[in-house]
Design a protein around this ligand. Structure first.
Ligand SMILES: Nc1nc2c(ncn2[C@@H]2O[C@H](COP(=O)(O)OP(=O)(O)OP(=O)(O)O)[C@@H](O)[C@H]2O)c(=O)[nH]1
Ligand SMILES: [Mg+2]
Length: 157
């Protein structure tokens, strides 16, 4: 059955959820080949499912943060997107991530977008007291982040 594994994709407004799902759908392994129109988005409202192979990636926009937990009920895993350059929203994003992981039992991964290095990601995680979180460090302009998402998805039941 297509779309049987549902992965919830959450994160604060503008963190990059819609664009990430779009890249997954187009299987764009490199951000270097991006076209400008690929990244023109509007705020997501409600739950937006995107089927990719055997999986459904369900985005819930940042505006609906109070409902993330409700949407997390029947999913196989959660991808929490953080834009590490959105300085004004980082602390809030980290608190939301911590709360959501505490309240859910399914595999959870942080996707740290626009990171400058793995060390920067590790430093941020320790600053936020999230050292034990599984994370994907999406380095600016480099390949490999989608493969890590595929690995996460493959590990889900
Ligand atoms: N060039 C580039 N821009 C990105 C990328 N991801 C996000 N952006 C920019 O960030 C903006 C917001 O990204 P979205 O993916 O819409 O953010 P979102 O997390 O879905 O936001 P909500 O739906 O409002 O919660 C986009 O319109 C782009 O301008 C990316 O991978 N590359
Ligand atoms: Mg969106």
């Amino acid at each position: 059955m297509a779309g049987k594994t549902v992965i919830l994709v959450v994160g604060v407004t503008g963190s990059g959820k819609t664009c990430l799902i779009r890249r997954l759908k187009q299987n764009k392994s490199s951000q270097k080949h991006e076209k400008k129109h690929d990244y023109q988005t509007t705020e997501t409202s409600g739950f937006v499912p995107t089927k990719i192979d055997d999986h459904t990636f369900g985005e819930v926009g940042g505006k609906l943060q109070p409902l993330w937990l409700d949407y997390a009920q029947d999913v196989s895993g959660i991808i929490f997107v953080i834009d590490v350059r959105a300085h004004g929203r980082l602390t809030q994003a980290a608190v939301y991530a911590l709360q959501l992981r505490e309240q859910t039992q399914v595999p959870f991964v942080l996707y740290l977008r626009r990171a400058s290095s793995k060390q920067q990601c590790a430093h941020l995680l320790s600053q936020w007291l999230l050292e034990d979180f599984r994370f994907i460090c999406a380095l600016d302009g480099q390949e490999g982040d989608l493969e890590e998402i595929h690995d996460f998805v493959k590990s889900l039941h």
